[in-house]
Design a protein around this ligand. Structure first.
Ligand SMILES: CC(C)(COP(=O)(O)OP(=O)(O)OC[C@H]1O[C@@H](n2cnc3c(N)ncnc32)[C@H](O)[C@@H]1OP(=O)(O)O)[C@@H](O)C(=O)NCCC(=O)NCCS
Length: 179
């Protein structure tokens, strides 16, 4: 599966040209989110939401669920984020994974997911799923596609707030941490 459950706090990220902004970053730190990160998390998620690439989040939703979030930090800047939302005793969701366009394709998204999976492991949660428009990325993180109907009913509790409800076009994937 190739998960790195230890040593995920610090990692180097080199200079890479991706056709947009070039960021010469030294070290990007993956850590739990703090209250002063919320405005940057909000901007990052909603810039992608405006393009239809992920679901929007209000400031109030982010403050209420802040303890679910990790961030990637480059100096004062939040350059990535992601969240682990517990659904039930045996199931959690990785959600709201986003990396600043200037920092993509250098492993930050995968490190964020690994940090969230490590947290699920520490909590004793055996299975983690994702609903996403980027199934390829999650497959690279060890998830496998499943039919949405295989997910339990309680997963859909939050969907009533989604602008796409009831016409969900996201792809479901799951990862079993025990295998
Ligand atoms: C999807 C996203 C989180 C990926 O972040 P990233 O930092 O560029 O991803 P990484 O560099 O860690 O990539 C990890 C692996 O996934 C692959 N990958 C990255 N984005 C991919 C994509 N969109 N489709 C398929 N594979 C992808 C990478 O090539 C890499 O493969 P490797 O392990 O063989 O090297 C980022 O592009 C993003 O924020 N997109 C907009 C928001 C979004 O769609 N979020 C999805 C979750 S809701």
């Amino acid at each position: 599966m190739g998960l790195v459950l230890e040593g995920w706090l610090l990692f180097p990220a080199g200079l890479r040209y991706n056709g947009a902004e070039v960021c010469d970053v030294g070290e990007v730190q993956i850590r739990k989110a703090r209250i002063h990160d919320v405005e940057q998390i909000h901007r990052l998620i909603n810039s992608y939401a405006a393009e239809g690439l992920m679901l929007p989040r209000s400031l109030s939703m982010l403050y209420e669920s802040l303890r679910d979030f990790v961030v990637a930090q480059d100096g004062p800047r939040v350059v990535g984020t992601g969240a682990l939302h517990i659904v039930w005793e045996d199931l959690a969701e990785v959600r709201a994974v986003a990396v600043d366009p200037a920092y993509t394709r250098r492993g930050i998204g995968k490190r964020l997911v690994e940090a969230l999976l490590a947290e699920a492991g520490e909590l004793g949660i055996p299975r983690v799923f994702a609903l996403t428009y980027q199934p390829g990325f999650f497959q690279r993180c060890g998830f496998r596609p499943i039919a949405k109907e295989e997910l339990p009913q309680k997963v859909w509790r939050d969907c009533i707030n989604c602008p796409k409800f009831p016409h969900c076009d996201e792809v479901a994937l799951i990862l079993d941490l025990r295998s």
